[in-house]
Design a protein around this ligand. Sequence first.
Ligand SMILES: O=C(O)CCC(=O)C(=O)O
Ligand SMILES: [Fe+2]
Length: 216
Amino acid sequence: MDDEALFGSPPVTVAPGAVHLPGWLSAETQADLVGRCRQWARGPAGTRRHPMPRGGVMSVSMTSLGWHWRPYSYARALPDGTPVQPFPELLGALAARAVEAAYGTPHEGDPYDVALVNFYDADARMGMHQDRDELSRAPVVSLSLGDSCVFRFGNTETRTRPYTDVELRSGDLFVFGGPSRMAYHGVPRTRPGTADPALGLNGRLNITIRASGLPG
Ligand SMILES: O=C(O)CCC(=O)C(=O)O
Ligand SMILES: [Fe+2]
């Protein structure tokens, strides 16, 4: 696979260390990933909308691979003891290619070992947050499938301005590391109905691939 040489447009640096690569995944790879996400969601650990510590439930449905994430920690197993599904090697390979495509240098450092698959229906959103439960500061690799969304990429100090609103479409790659690794970000809205019908996905999927830095 050499998608980045064949598809997409040049990388856009949104903030130092935060790079958007529109159309990075081929249509074939997108369809393949949608099928895999469906399989992962059907696994024993399933997909769930996590309760928030201060009340309410997340509107995004999540499947964890490699380590189980819930607000706000990683664990080897679900609270009921169900083991988490293994981290797919395919995602490790994609993350390595993604980092090299974004920065032009190979990924060195902690291995990618966890992925969160987020499903957004038409009403789902994700509030401004930092990805701060990893011990590793390896870049976060984010892949988008299906409906477009507004991805709000902010600063490391506050949940509020300054931020940049980026339109993430199906097949887009977004990598944030270095000085942007701890930037606040969120998804204020998706754009229901914008997915290519040929993809067969009603809604939006996002896969974030991370290095937990936790002992394997
Ligand atoms: O859905 C997205 O594009 C962002 C997801 C995200 O920020 C997360 O899973 O922590
Ligand atoms: Fe995040």
